[in-house]
Each structure stands twice: as C-alpha cells, then as structure tokens.
Design a protein around this ligand. Sequence first.
Ligand code: PFF
Length: 493
Amino acid sequence: MSSNKKSQWDSNLTFILAMIGSAVGLGNIWRFPNVLYSHGGGSFMIPYIISLFLLGISFVLVEYAVGFKFRTSLSKILYSINSKLEPVAWIVLTIVFLITTYYICVVGWDLIYLVLSFTKAWGSNPDLYFSQNVLHASDSISGIFTIVPNVLVSIVIIWLAVWVIIRADLNKGIGNVSRILLPLLCVIVVIFVIYSLTLPGASIGYSQIFSPNWSALADPDVWLAAFGQIVFSLSLGMAIALTYASYLPEGSKLVDNALLVAFSNSGFEIFNSIGIFSILGFMAMTSGIAFNDLVTEGTGLAFVVFPQALNMMQTGFIIGPLFFLCILFAGITSAIALLEGVCYSISEKFDFSRKKTAAIVCTVGFLISTIFATASGSFILGIFDAFLNNFALLFAVLLECIIFGWVYDFDELMTTLNNNSRIKIGKSWKIIIKYILPACIFGLWVQGILTTFEEEDPVSITIRTILLAVILILPFILSRLPAKNEDFYEKIQ
Ligand code: PFF
C-alpha cells in the first residue's frame, strides 16, 4: 500500500484465498438464498450462470487486467489514463468506503448474535428481541441521539479487528487472515450443510431450490436479479480485484485465477443455500408455518428466522454459533478487502505509510459507523444501503465499464490477460465489455433508481441528499489536492 515499497503477494495461493475471501461475504450467506427462491428457484440458475460467465467473469477479468497492467491504485490508474478521470476513482472509493461503514455494523450485529447463540438468549420471540433488546430500534430519526451500547461495543471490536489486519504488511495482515479464516469458513459451512440435511423436513426446503419455475425465465426482472446478485457477490467494480491483482508477481495466470475465484464464490453460495433452505424446511415442518412465509433475506433471515429455527433444535447451541461464526469470518474478509483499495489510493497519492493510512481510514470509518450504533441506526442503515448499493455503486460501475471499455486501449488489456494464462480470452470478450455489460448495468441501474427513489419521506430524501453531496464533493477535493508523491503524476505506459 505504501508507495515507497511495493507490496506483493507471497504466493498465488494467498492471492486466491484473499480474492475468494473478498467475494464470499454477507451477500452469499443471506442475500443469495432469498434472490434464488423469489426468482424461480432452480430455473434462476440459468440466468445466474449466464450472468456469471457473460458479465461477472468478464468484468472481473477487466479489473484483473487493469490492476495487473498498471500495478498501482485506482486513482493513479485513472489519472494515468486521463488526468480528468481521477475524480471518478475517488467517487468509486468514497462509495465503497461508505458501504463499508454499514457493512461493518452488520458484522457487529452478527458478533452479538454469536455470543447470544450459545444460550439462545433471544428467547421465544427473536423478532421482538432483535428490534427491542439488540437494536433498541426506532423506525424514525428520533433515536439518533440515543446510543445503543452493545451495538457500539460490537462495532468497536470489528473496526479494531479490521484496523489490526489492514495496518499490517499485506501478507502478514490480509494474507494470513485469509489463509486462516477461509479454510475455517469452508469447514464450518460443510458441517453446517451436512447437519442441516439430516434435519427432519430438510427436503421440503432444498427441493424448493431445485424445483424450477420455468415461466420465471420470461420475466426480465429475473435476469436483472441474477445479474444484480453477481455484481454484489463478486464485488464488481469496487476496486477490490483491481487492487489485489496489482499485488500479483510477474507471470501470474490471470484468467485461470479469475475463473477459480468466480467459481468458488458461486459454489459457496449455492452450497450454503442448500443448508439454509434445509433449515427453513425443518422449521416449516416443525412449526406448521408455510415455507413461503419463512423465506426472507438480510437481517430478517439471520437475526430473526434463523434464531427461531434454532429454538426448535436441541442442537441449536452448536449449529447456531457455527452459523454466526461463518458470517463473522465471511464479513471480516470482505470488509478488509473493501478498505484495501481505499487505503491504497490514499497512501499512494499522499505518500502515507500503510499504518498511517489504516489509522486515518479506520478512525473516520468508525466515526461514521457510530451513526448505526444509535436507536435510529437500522433505519438509517436501510437508507444508506438502498441508495449506495442500488443507485450510487451501479452508476460508478457503469463509469468504470465505459472508461476501461471505450477510453482505454482495450487490446492492451487483452494482451495482458492472455500473456501467461492457459485459458485465452477471445474477441467476443471485447463485445461483451463494450456493449452488453454497460447495457445490462444500465438496466440494473434504472431498476435501482425506480426502487430507491420510491421512498419519499423527508428523512430519506435528506439522508440521500447528504450522501450524494459527500460522494460528489469529497472526490472533487481529493482529486484537487496535490499529490505528495511525485510518482503519482508519472504516466504509466
Ligand atoms: N461480495 C461481498 C458480499 O457478498 O458480501 C462483499 C460486498 C458486496 C460488500 C457488496 C458490500 C457490497 F455492497
């Protein structure tokens, strides 16, 4: 991250583990099962796999090629392509940073549930417990001045953990954490899924995933949902793949690596959802509640429905902690990846050391996260999430796509990718990146606008306006500030 000494992965395996760790996150564990279920079950896999190959992997390849070719941070890359493009990099990074501030809060909630799960302390009404005892939630802005101590403590712990990891050298910090947490995560998920499959009623659940509703394929929303899941799950356009690929040694096999990471990420979410659905099937059978009424996403699934299911299991005190540990590990490896790209750009431009950058970014990030540790936290988090994910980020990805597909010499990227890889990329990739991908992202973005801006209450409008102002003003300032590191202005060939 420091410009003085260029970091490099100590092995290709470390890179792959870090990349998979960045992709496998909350989106895989609680977003995917719901998207899969509500968009046709088994038939959803068709648009999902097509989106993965056609769009997801194609864009990951762009990020790999750009990061590997330029071997520097996003801001310097865009400056080097055209100095007028530097603000775009800071816009992307500001959005990613803001997303991290609430992503870490959700990981904090998970930490609380990890502790609670040993004794199933949520009692017989997990729904009420979550909103009243954990979040002390008020569904308006009136609770903004009421700090919720347990949420604050959990946020402090997660930010401290993230800070300790990213301030360390690349291989000692992100490298070691990925090498330890990712294998552990895999072991836990395997135990979780195998155990879930043994529960009575499991087949009621997992058969839903594999019973396709073919008519769903005619619905454009299903295709957009599949693509949206790929964007979210592979963390497309968040400068993660680009940053991590810039730390690869010469001669790395980019295409092979990209395929391995993308397949592992999708394999993880499909496999994990078998476990989640089996548990929901068990719950439907035990409680008599219709299966359809149980399926939900996000906080509803992890912190309400899942504790309800654990209440019905005698072994809940074992499977519960495993599930919450899984989210914790997946969340931490994704959070550090989100921040690495942000830190890299700051340290390169302003010639800050890795430690100094990590301290600044984590302190500011933590201060913003404290908003989510108030009684209005979950309410504000919902507004942040809808605006940043459905609207701002997609717009940024669209810009990146246009810059790398149209402004930069595209054939250069193709040569970079094909240089060492066993699997070669053909001309059709160019057509995808230049035409198909921007069109799909645009479609997703328009859909995002329609849903995000449906909300018309004055508080949502005010928060969205503040966010928009930050996303536009901060990048403008950061790109105007002179670089302390003279190399920043050097053109990279
Ligand atoms: N891909 C990761 C996940 O699925 O959780 C990381 C991530 C994606 C973080 C999208 C934040 C985000 F908005």
